[in-house]
Design a protein around this ligand. Structure first.
Ligand code: IMP
Ligand code: MG
Length: 179
């Protein structure tokens, strides 16, 4: 019997839990090595990155602070509106801190371009991006991707935090909705 049989009835698995777990551990190990014991602030972009953040944070062997930033670039649609706004800001200044932005997916890149420009005005020591997924076929603006979990084709994916109209965030793997 699969996990969550009702919710996952219409889904085709793209990246299963074992692959996610292994890749997240690799990313965490790389971040741990790269920062050489320095304290880090993980900035989680809500809401899509909450599952990735929870798993990633537990693979990073550094003194970590965690903060959240709510951004909205989508309606309940599957297309980027291009209009990004902050729906909820960080709880603390990041001035002088090393920041890793944790994102679920880089699609057009418009959301991350906005966020990088915004963070730059706050005077962090450094900013890097860690995205679980990247869809290069959809790129409109290039942003420097320091840590990427998986490069995927141009398909709309759900699960592991990612939603379609707020559904499927609690699916434990990355999937495509059968349609
Ligand atoms: P971008 O601004 O086009 O790069 O879009 C970034 C945001 O769009 C992501 O943080 C997601 O919230 C959402 N998004 C883009 N592609 C997908 C997808 O395939 N599934 C679910 N959400 C997506
Ligand atoms: Mg997002």
């Amino acid at each position: 019997m699969p996990l969550l049989p009702t919710l996952t009835r219409d889904l085709d698995t793209l990246i299963d839990e074992a692959r996610l777990r292994a890749r997240v551990a690799e990313l965490g190990a790389k971040i741990t090595r790269d920062y050489q014991g320095k304290p880090l602030v993980l900035v989680s972009v809500l809401k899509g990155s909450f599952v990735f953040l929870a798993d990633l944070a537990r693979t990073i062997d550094l003194p970590l602070a965690i903060d959240f930033l709510g951004l909205s670039s989508y309606g309940d649609d599957t297309e980027s509106s291009g209009v990004v706004r902050i729906t909820s800001d960080l709880s603390k200044p990041v001035e002088g801190k090393h920041v890793v932005v944790v994102e679920d997916i880089i699609d057009t890149g418009l959301t991350m371009q906005f966020l990088l420009a915004n963070l730059a005005t706050r005077g962090p020591a450094s900013v890097r991006i860690c995205s679980l997924l990247h869809k290069p076929a959809r790129t409109q603006v290039n942003v420097p991707l320091d840590y990427v979990g998986f490069t995927i084709e141009d398909r709309f994916v759900v699960g592991y935090g990612l939603d379609h109209a707020e559904r499927y965030r609690n699916v434990p793997f990355i999937a495509v909705v059968r349609g």
